[in-house]
Ligand binder design. Structure first.
Ligand code: SAM
Length: 260
């Protein structure tokens, strides 16, 4: 390398999994070991055990773009930077925010060595606790209308229900959006049988984990909070009752409910 070139740094977006240390991948641990600066939402950077030369840069969860730009600026100056996300960083998380900042930012951002280390996303952690609800085709929908209109969400709910997808809902409620999940369940009840299983997976992988299984007919918004990922079955998803144990929820691999 010529002496007057500033060394290009690197930025790795790392998924820390849903909460259990056992669900942090060896690749994520290695990426963290190799970085000096960690950017992320406060609770996620707090999960890291840092060495003396490593620094945390915690920020609020609404500050994704400014966090991404700050991380890119440090990497463009030669830093070894990690941006951390819960779950998988590509699922409603920081990998896309960093790409947005690269696209909108100065040319130096495009020279940063950029990589993404995947993690176990919430819907997979919740599904694993309930059986195999994602055994057939499925989709993931964020119920937050912060970055898209609610009318788009309603349209996608109807389309997914009618197309026979199992649905995983991220960001189902927040203090600012307490009513939308109830509306979503009402929409689904108009398009799916009330017997469809619904899994409320709260804080999967953490000490306060709670998995609750209901039927769509009985599902209510107050059964979820912002730490919950909800899986709504398709017409094919079923429960296997087991004496003395929670039922298994699964979606058979083959479709028998007729042609579309
Ligand atoms: C901004 S999204 C981030 C998703 C994350 N990147 C992932 O892959 O799981 C936040 C939402 O993910 C879900 N979530 C994250 N961690 C969870 C966990 N441990 N258990 C259940 N749901 C979780 C909740 O729906 C929450 O509102």
């Amino acid at each position: 390398m010529s002496e007057n070139l500033i060394p290009t740094g690197r930025l790795t977006v790392v998924g820390l999994g849903p909460g259990s240390p056992l669900q942090v991948t060896p690749e994520a641990l290695a990426a963290c070991e190799d970085a000096t600066d960690f950017f992320g939402y406060g609770p996620y950077v707090e999960r890291l055990t840092l060495l003396p030369h490593q620094r945390r840069h915690a920020s609020d969860n609404r500050e994704e773009i400014s966090r991404a730009a700050a991380a890119l600026e440090l990497a463009a100056r030669g830093g070894k930077v990690c941006v951390v996300s819960g779950g998988d960083p590509g699922v409603f998380a920081m990998a896309a925010a960093v790409c947005e900042a690269i696209e909108a930012g100065p040319p130096a951002f495009r020279q940063v060595e950029f990589s993404v280390v995947p993690g176990v996303t919430a819907m997979l952690a919740v599904a694993a606790k309930a059986g195999a609800p994602l055994g057939h085709d499925f989709c993931a929908i964020s119920l937050s209308d912060n970055l898209k209109p609610w009318s788009v969400i309603e349209k996608r709910l109807v389309a997914a229900a009618e197309a026979g997808f199992v649905m995983a809902f991220y960001n189902p409620v927040s203090k600012a959006r307490p009513h939308q999940l109830g509306v979503a369940f009402d929409i689904l009840r108009a398009h799916l049988p009330g017997t469809v299983p619904v899994i409320f997976g709260r804080a999967a992988g953490r000490p306060d984990e709670k998995i609750r299984i209901e039927l769509l007919a009985d599902a209510r918004a107050d059964m979820a909070d912002m730490a919950t990922c909800i899986i709504v079955g398709s017409v094919e998803t079923r429960l296997i009752a087991r004496d003395g144990k929670a039922p298994l929820v699964y979606s058979p691999r083959s479709w028998s409910a007729g042609k579309a």
